[in-house]
Design a protein around this ligand. Structure first.
Ligand code: SF4
Ligand code: SF4
Length: 299
């Protein structure tokens, strides 16, 4: 178990720009027993002994513009940066005699595949939880103290035995249901008796496909609205929940609602309009106002 090597890895990744770094031992997957065996790191690559998880933040004000071409570019940039960091760390470890591999951040041909089979070969979400970086929330993402769910992860498997970071003892999710209520396709059904909501992955993937066709992928509304994360204070967005809950109804009633002007400005550039949007430059007409998702409850 090399503490020295772990310190060198963390220092190296910090110098490369990693926002979060954590280490899990592969035994955790079997101990926790949640992830099916073929999806565990030592099933995918038997020499693996440790998993190094790297996180990069997604700045909130751009996430708030979703769905937008700018959010899509941020998402792509983040994925590319993560994959490069993981690739570089893999080679850095290999050069030091510690055989390593990495699994890319995403790793699917296109959304059509996810509609047919909405599963990845490996879950970076569980890797991040087991590496002590956060805890899964109702919306099935990892919520972190620093960025809530506005952080993306990639994982490096290594045969080196590294001291693991302690897992968080309890969830960070406050079960506010904002993610459930704001999802544009009602993909979540909240359950009192479960840590996570029931999740219609197919509905979510179909929404992603629609947005991809408009050049404004991914959705990420359930990530935008989550109140957890110190990034909210950084951006002065601690009290944005009502703003999110009213968004769909307000824009259906008035696509030029000044309260959302900065987001709609960004959305109107670089991508195609959605059916429910009214971008006059594309000949769109406002739809009739619909009941807002925020009307489901009073806060
Ligand atoms: S990404 Fe969008 S469609 Fe998918 S669950 Fe989250 S809010 Fe719903
Ligand atoms: S929006 Fe609320 S319920 Fe959903 S994951 Fe975040 S804290 Fe949990």
């Amino acid at each position: 178990m090399s503490d020295k090597l772990k310190k060198e890895i963390v220092r190296y990744l910090r110098e490369q720009g990693a926002d979060l770094v954590g280490v899990a031992t592969v035994k955790t997957w079997a101990e926790q027993g949640i992830v099916p065996e073929p999806y565990r790191p030592d099933s995918i690559w038997p020499p693996a002994r440790s998993v190094i998880v790297i996180g990069l933040q997604m700045p909130l004000p751009i996430v708030e513009t979703t769905p937008s071409a700018q959010h899509m570019e941020l998402y792509r940039t983040c994925n590319i940066a993560l994959d490069k960091m993981a690739f570089d760390l893999t080679r850095w470890l290999n050069r030091r005699g510690h055989a390593s591999i990495f699994l890319s951040r995403d790793g699917y041909a296109n959304i059509d595949v996810l509609i047919k089979k909405p599963a990845a070969a490996f879950s970076h979400v569980f890797a991040a939880q087991y590496a002590g970086l956060g805890y899964v929330g109702v919306n099935h993402t990892i919520l972190t103290k620093e960025f809530g769910p506005r952080v993306r992860f990639v994982s490096v498997f290594t045969e080196a035995e590294l001291p693991p970071d302690p897992m968080l003892k309890k969830p960070l999710c406050i079960r506010c249901r904002a993610c459930v209520e704001c999802c544009p396709v009602n993909a979540f059904t909240f359950r009192e008796d479960a840590l996570v909501a029931d999740y219609n992955k197919r509905a979510c993937a179909e929404r992603a496909k629609l947005l991809r066709d408009k050049g404004r992928y991914p959705c990420g509304v359930c990530i935008k609205v989550c109140p957890v994360g110190e990034d909210r204070a950084l951006y002065g967005r601690d009290k944005a929940l009502q703003h999110y809950l009213r968004e769909a109804e307000s824009l259906a009633r008035n696509p030029r609602d000044p309260a959302y002007a900065s987001w709609t400005h960004v959305r109107r550039h670089g991508g195609w309009p959605l059916d429910e949007e009214a971008f006059p430059e594309f000949g769109g007409k406002p739809l009739k106002a619909k009941r807002g998702r925020g009307d489901k409850r009073k806060k």
